[in-house]
Design a protein around this ligand. Structure first.
Ligand code: NAD
Ligand code: 13P
Length: 368
């Protein structure tokens, strides 16, 4: 068959990093992939002089295509020259065989709506997003949402992967999960586990491919909520023991959420895969969610102000995910069964004091 054309949808901190990984591999494997990788960019004006925001500017896509750096979302990282920034979503996905979705999840529904009628019916997809879609169909994995809306097969990539470290080519591991579609065209003709491994594996980015899409997606979405809880206790100055306690309770609630709402996911995924407990640990150590929550604790600012002040347009996905999880649990009348997720929601949206966290998650038993 002809080499697969790959398009990355998104160009933020992780979107640009994964586009770099993918473009390095398409360059090395021209028999499998078209060398040029398209990266859709939600284009924006970048001031030529950062001190003069109203002065002359350049478009981000032009900077990426000439300087080969994403100066706003991944500064100081050189990008491969076969990575092409494209401000037109429909042009970027034209004739694509593999779509790699990588945008903050609050923008997914609009992007998917804009893709309808513009992708090949046999295109395959991988979602690198962390979050859920909560709507008429209840709580949905983002890969399932993409499948339902576009009628295409979609897996997921998730792992202990802080983008700046991966971009600097510091070693890490990740998990890709993908299930072959019913209309699989056969090895060598269609995307399978081997193709996905070649597309994403780098000497500094070790990939394990499995089929538990639900397990890795649930862990990836919910660890962002746990990381907010961790950031609150760290910001209060309570130290490592408190942070470990939040992670212990959080892991339990992640597994319970999966068992309750996605019975197809496998418990061993949480313990054995990079997308499981390893991602929880790395995010709680150095992720954006923990930083935003710490800043809230120290400054008294709300989550949205803290995110704006710290992240220069990047997104701490836990802020939205904790609301979505609350809405879903409330619909199911199960908020009390997930006290940490509920406590994080109450702190972020209803100004409940952070110092109440231990009481809110205490497992009351007959000995107390
Ligand atoms: P980001 O947090 O850097 O967000 C910035 C991106 O959002 C930019 O590309 C910007 O153009 C885009 N954007 C802003 N407004 C938009 C709009 N109205 N419509 C469409 N796009 C808009 O994004 P990211 O770090 O690339 O994260 C993408 C996903 O990957 C998230 O779900 C995140 O949880 C996940 N993830 C991130 C990391 C990481 O370390 N950054 C690691 C693993 C997974
Ligand atoms: P943050 O969004 O909190 O930085 O976490 C990134 C991540 O998902 C690491 O795997």
């Amino acid at each position: 068959r002809d080499p697969f054309k790959v398009t990355v949808i998104g160009s933020g901190n992780w979107g640009t990093t994964i586009a770099k990984v993918v473009a390095e591999n398409t360059h090395l494997h021209p028999h499998l992939f078209k060398e040029q990788v398209e990266m859709w960019v939600f284009d924006e004006k970048i001031p030529k002089n950062p001190e003069d925001k109203d002065g002359e500017f350049e478009m981000l896509t032009d900077i990426i295509n000439t300087k080969h750096q994403n100066v706003k979302y991944l500064p100081d990282i050189n990008l491969p020259h076969n990575l092409h920034a494209n401000p037109s979503l429909t042009d970027a996905v034209k004739d694509a065989d593999i779509l790699v979705f990588n945008i903050p999840h609050q923008f997914l529904s609009r992007i998917v709506a804009n893709l309808k009628g513009h992708v090949k019916p046999e295109v395959r997809a991988i979602s690198c997003l962390k979050g859920f879609e909560v709507g008429k169909k209840g709580v949905q994995l983002l890969s399932s949402y993409i499948t339902d809306e576009l009628n295409i097969q979609c897996g997921a990539l998730s792992g202990a992967n802080l983008a700046p470290e991966v971009a600097k080519e510091h070693w890490s591991e990740t998990t890709v999960a993908y299930q072959l579609p019913k209309d699989f065209k056969g090895e060598g003709h269609d995307v399978d586990h081997r193709i996905l491994k070649v597309l994403f594996h780098r000497p500094y980015f070790h990939v394990n491919v499995i089929d538990d899409v639900a397990g890795i997606s649930i862990a990836g979405a919910l660890k962002n909520v746990v990381a907010l809880g961790c950031g609150f206790v760290e910001g209060l100055g309570w130290g490592n023991n408190a942070a470990a306690a939040i992670q212990r309770v959080g892991l339990g609630e992640i597994i319970k959420f999966g068992r309750t709402f996605f019975p197809e996911c496998k418990v061993e995924t949480y313990y054995q895969e990079s997308a499981g407990v390893a991602d929880l640990i790395t995010t709680c150590s150095g992720g954006r969610n923990v930083k935003v929550a710490k800043h809230m604790a120290k400054s008294g600012k709300d989550a949205f102000e803290a995110e704006k002040e710290l992240l220069n347009g990047q997104s701490a996905q836990g802020i939205i995910t904790c609301r979505e999880v609350h809405e879903w649990l409330d619909t199911c009348e199960m908020t009390e069964e997930f006290p940490l997720f509920e406590a994080v929601y109450q702190i972020v949206y209803n100004n409940v004091p952070m110092k109440n966290l231990p009481d809110m998650i205490e497992e009351l038993d007959s000995f107390v």
